[in-house]
Ligand binder design. Structure first.
Ligand SMILES: Cc1cc2nc3c(=O)[nH]c(=O)nc-3n(C[C@H](O)[C@H](O)[C@H](O)COP(=O)(O)OP(=O)(O)OC[C@H]3O[C@@H](n4cnc5c(N)ncnc54)[C@H](O)[C@@H]3O)c2cc1C
Length: 456
């Protein structure tokens, strides 16, 4: 395996979607698990930092190296079959393969056509469909993983115990959708899911799928106020006749951003829900109509799509919002500051009031079915950027104070370590550190991600 030291090549690997920048001395692109193992064994023996990089869509700086070696997963991308796939494969390509065979692999981060399945497992990624199907975790049956000392574990699953001499993690995650910190697992597979490339390199996965639904109904429903929107969310969560797989929110600023491109948005709308419902051939349109009327939605204005073409149109509306944000970021010449907090449902309205009170220009949208919204603050000056960062921290602490999480899906990476400590406390951080130190004695793998290596 070639050790690439040409900075002209390495430079393409040194950033991610958070715009964090790093540096590395060597890039390796292994083609086999044995090569991955050889790299990790070498780095452990020589105390050389090594960072796993996949498709670099992380929003947390996690795949960005601060020196040392970079291990790219790009060549470990084979799709072996319906339920077996290489860690470096593109998630969207694997999903397309599964769909051709009449199945559905539910995890669907918005970045699925740009991100790898190994990283989706390493970060326990979620998406819109997590409302019904949960995050990536339940869809992983087993993995092949290489430990930081180069040991290859060819297939671990939920029957594989955590080795008895590994420090135990005795903590409870908050009772919300969360992707923050090591999972308090009772088996090795669950411990390796969500570890953000700090405890092992996932080279292969065996998955679970479900038969593809016969039909999917998509709709965008509009509301003239927030109480009716939240009433619809509560109804979607509790009414068995509705059973959506996704319930996504867009605030009035999001709608304003796409009004030009989407003439169907009613003037009276101040919020919208994008909803997807799987069905067995008979779309439950009547049940949805009744529910929308009862909660006082702008029911007549609902946009409904029952076929592939109509759904593509609705998805285009949905994706126009992040695209609009990106255009705004470029125009502002300042990065956006985006949150990833989830709170218990009982505190959702209160959290939304905090978001709406933010004095900077912002857009609020996301996975409201899981009480998990992304507030995107769009500063236009360095002063506003500093203000946005301060507000971000205040909002994170507010989410934690009501039993929420500082990251529901994107992970901690290098940018949210302090917030993780705020959320879990010093004792749990000490337990995380003891585990990391035991599994990776030279603390080389994913250095700086989730935990600082500087303290010990
Ligand atoms: C536009 C956009 C939309 C997004 N939408 C979502 C979303 O809806 N839901 C969501 O959860 N996330 C989302 N993300 C975040 C990101 O896409 C996910 O975290 C994704 O899993 C990262 O995949 P990647 O291949 O780009 O990994 P990278 O960014 O390259 O790496 C991410 C982390 O995983 C580690 N890693 C990578 N591969 C492996 C491996 N094989 N074994 C062990 N560790 C590994 C890296 O070291 C790093 O710590 C979004 C990002 C963008 C830019």
């Amino acid at each position: 395996m070639e050790r690439i030291t040409d900075q002209g090549i390495i430079t393409g690997y040194l950033t991610d979607a958070s715009n964090t920048h790093g540096h590395a001395e060597v890039l390796v692109r292994p083609r086999t698990v044995a090569e991955v193992a050889a790299v990790l064994a070498h780095c452990q023996a020589t105390a050389t930092p090594v960072t796993v990089t996949a498709r670099r869509t992380s929003t947390t700086g996690a795949p960005v190296p601060d020196g040392g070696w970079l291990l790219s997963m790009e060549h470990l991308d084979t799709i072996y079959g319906l339920h077996e796939v290489g860690g470096g494969a593109l998630l969207g390509e694997y999903q397309a393969h599964v769909a051709q065979l009449g199945h559905l692999f539910p995890p669907d981060p918005t970045s699925r056509h740009e991100c790898s399945i190994g990283a989706a497992i390493a970060c326990n990624a979620s998406g819109a469909r997590s409302f019904r199907y949960g995050p990536t975790r339940p869809w992983i049956e087993a993995i092949e993983v290489v430990l930081p000392d180069g040991t290859i574990l060819p297939r671990i699953d939920r029957a594989t115990p955590i080795p008895g001499d590994w420090p135990q993690l005795a903590w409870s995650e908050p009772a919300v959708k969360t992707a923050a910190g090591y999972f308090p697992a009772d088996n090795l597979l669950d411990l390796m899911i969500g570890q953000e490339g700090t405890l092992g390199v996932i080279t292969r996965a065996w998955t679970r799928t479900v038969p593809a639904p016969i039909g999917v109904l998509s709709l965008i429903a509009f509301f003239s106020d927030l109480p009716s929107t939240l009433a619809m969310v509560a109804r979607a969560r509790s009414d068995d006749a509705l059973r959506p797989r996704a319930v996504e929110f867009f605030d009035h600023n999001s709608l304003a951003m796409v009004r030009d491109r989407v003439p169907d948005i009613p003037v009276a709308a101040c919020a919208a829900l994008f909803i997807e419902i799987e069905h067995d051939g008979e779309a439950p349109l009547e049940a949805w109509w009744d529910a929308l009327v009862e909660v006082d939605a702008l029911a007549e204005d609902t946009i409904v799509a029952e076929d592939e073409r109509g759904r593509a149109r609705l998805h285009a509306v949905r994706h126009a919002i992040p695209a609009g944000i990106n255009e705004q970021v470029v125009a502002n010449g300042m990065p956006k500051v985006g949150t990833d907090f989830a709170v218990p449902h009982a505190h959702l309205a209160e959290m939304m009031a905090r978001y709406h009170a933010v004095p900077l220009r912002h857009v609020l949208f996301g996975h409201i079915g899981d009480a998990h919204l992304h507030l995107n603050m769009l500063p236009t000056t360095p002063e506003q950027l500093a203000e946005a960062k301060a507000l971000y921290r205040e909002l994170a602490l507010a989410a934690v104070a009501v039993g929420g999480t500082v990251s529901a899906e994107h992970g901690i990476g290098k940018l949210k370590r302090e917030l993780l400590a705020d959320m879990v406390g010093a004792e749990v951080i000490a337990a995380f550190r003891a585990l990391k130190r035991h599994v990776d004695p030279a603390w080389v793998l994913g250095q700086g991600t989730m935990l600082s290596h500087m303290i010990d």
